[in-house]
Write a protein that binds this ligand. Structure first.
Ligand code: 5AD
Ligand code: SF4
Length: 441
């Protein structure tokens, strides 16, 4: 018997890439690959890349540069680039970095075994098609091995919104939803393997409209309610959502579906109507605030998270102040904020750009406000008892680390037997990026 080949995958970017990396590892498992966390002993290295901002994309080229030494030491090593940079710049990557053997776009992962075989035959392989077939359908079934208690499950991919700053509609293609029966089967399989928390993923997850087993169109709320029927599945989350796809039944589910966790990532990007229009967001600051009110009416303790871009072309100091005002009006428990990064091929990249120093200054001010809100929200958890799912050993001996219902990282003095289980925890202290608690069970 030949010994197993080793596969090292490095994942950049969003949670969907994390999910895709798992599925790629499974697909190559069928070719005799086992995962390794050591690039120096790998027979194949895959970089699963992100193209959302310039910095993310640049990392790929510097990482490829670093891999030169490994390739020199082991000429049989195959190097592949997957993900959104592969989709957007496949040819360019092959031209700039001759050490790359394989380029595969996010819609073609089911073709990996075939592409890998071509590299073993000494060829290079590039596939950045948007094929008609469902890649998830073709990816091998998941092996039955036990796994950690929390899993991602992609239900929707792509985006039809075309925000003027964003590459996603180009790298991930048009919105497409997986049939509900397949999602439910995958969820049941995950639960059988020890998963108690599933996060449904999609670039625009709340635009999910998949075919139900009854032949009807199921929205995300219906899918969540059916998932909630799976015995053993304790927690359901979803990310990322667009405000315009937040339908009434999904808001209602936050109020009456116990397994749906009180956390919602709902990016707004800007608080200025002028900028929202220039971004092609198709909502206003006011409509977003009304939406937040309705969500909080359904689930008063929901923790809201958001994404913000500062320095979008045309943003003035007054526009930026509108963003600050919106943040004050909402009160976020957690948020991501970015300087606008012009992306090739997107409409906003062609417009007059905001001065870099102004971008830096605005980002600092916004982050100071968002951080103060996060700290206030965390401090408000002290004294409360919340559910915590224990996921791994903590940094200190005798400690476990887990996630609260509101997605806070929580450290608790507890024995290993709690791993994979959910227990009530009384929060006793708030640290900058996590909470400390005591078992209340
Ligand atoms: N520049 C800066 N931030 C961006 N995002 C998307 N495209 C860009 C860009 N060109 C941010 C948005 C989005 C998040 C995933 O990344 O805030 O919600
Ligand atoms: Fe990008 Fe999200 Fe806008 Fe779609 S909705 S274009 S993924 S920012």
């Amino acid at each position: 018997m030949t010994s197993a080949k080793k596969l090292f995958i490095k994942t950049y970017g969003c949670q969907m890439n994390v999910y895709d990396s798992e599925r790629m590892a499974e697909a190559l498992g069928g070719q005799g690959y086992v995962a390794t966390d050591r690039p120096d002993e790998a027979d194949m290295i895959l970089l699963n890349t992100c193209h959302i901002r310039e910095k993310a994309a640049e990392k790929v080229y510097s990482e490829l540069g670093r891999l030169k030494g490994l390739k020199a030491a082991n000429p049989d090593l195959k190097i592949g680039v997957a993900g959104c940079v592969a989709q957007a710049e496949g040819q360019e990557i092959m031209r700039r970095q001759p050490l790359v053997d394989l380029v595969v776009g996010p819609q073609s992962y089911h073709r990996l075994p075939e592409l890998e075989a071509r590299t073993r035959a000494g060829e290079t392989a590039l596939d950045t098609d948007f094929p008609e077939e469902d890649k998830f359908d073709r990816l091998a079934g998941r092996p039955k091995a036990k796994r950690g208690p929390s899993a991602f499950l992609t239900v929707q991919e792509g985006c039809d919104k075309f925000c003027a700053f964003c590459v996603v509609p180009y790298t991930r293609g048009a919105e497409a939803s997986r049939p509900a029966a397949r999602v439910l089967a995958e969820a049941r399989d995950l639960v059988e393997r020890g998963v108690v928390e599933i996060t449904l993923l999609g670039q625009n997850v709340n635009a999910y409209h998949g075919e139900g087993p009854d032949g009807r169109d199921w929205g995300l709320a219906r899918l969540i309610r059916e998932l909630a029927e799976i015995e053993g599945l304790k927690r359901i989350r979803f990310t990322t959502s667009h405000p315009n796809d937040m339908e009434d039944d999904l808001i209602a589910a936050h109020g009456d579906c116990d397994k749906l966790m009180p956390y919602l990532h709902l990016p707004v990007q800007s608080g200025s109507d002028r900028i929202l229009k220039a971004m092609n967001r198709k909502h206003t600051a006011e409509s977003y605030l009304r939406l937040v009110e309705r969500i909080r009416a359904a689930r008063p303790d929901v923790l809201l998270s958001g994404d913000f871009i500062v320095g979008f072309p045309g943003e003035t100091e007054a526009d930026f102040e509108d963003t600050m005002a919106l943040v004050r009006a909402v009160g976020y428990g957690q948020a991501y904020s970015f300087k606008y990064s012009p992306r090739p091929g997107t409409p906003a990249a062609e417009r007059g750009q905001v001065d870099e120093a102004a971008k830096d200054d605005r980002l600092q001010r916004l982050q100071a406000l968002l951080n103060a809100q996060q700290q206030a929200e965390q401090a408000a958890m002290v004294g409360r008892t919340v559910g915590v799912l224990f996921e791994k050993a903590g940094r200190m001996a005798g400690q476990l680390a887990g996630k609260s219902d509101h997605l806070h990282a929580v450290h608790v003095a507890a024995e290993g037997e709690w791993l994979g289980r959910i227990a009530p925890v009384r929060i006793v202290e708030s640290a900058p990026n996590s909470l400390h608690g005591e078992l209340a069970a």
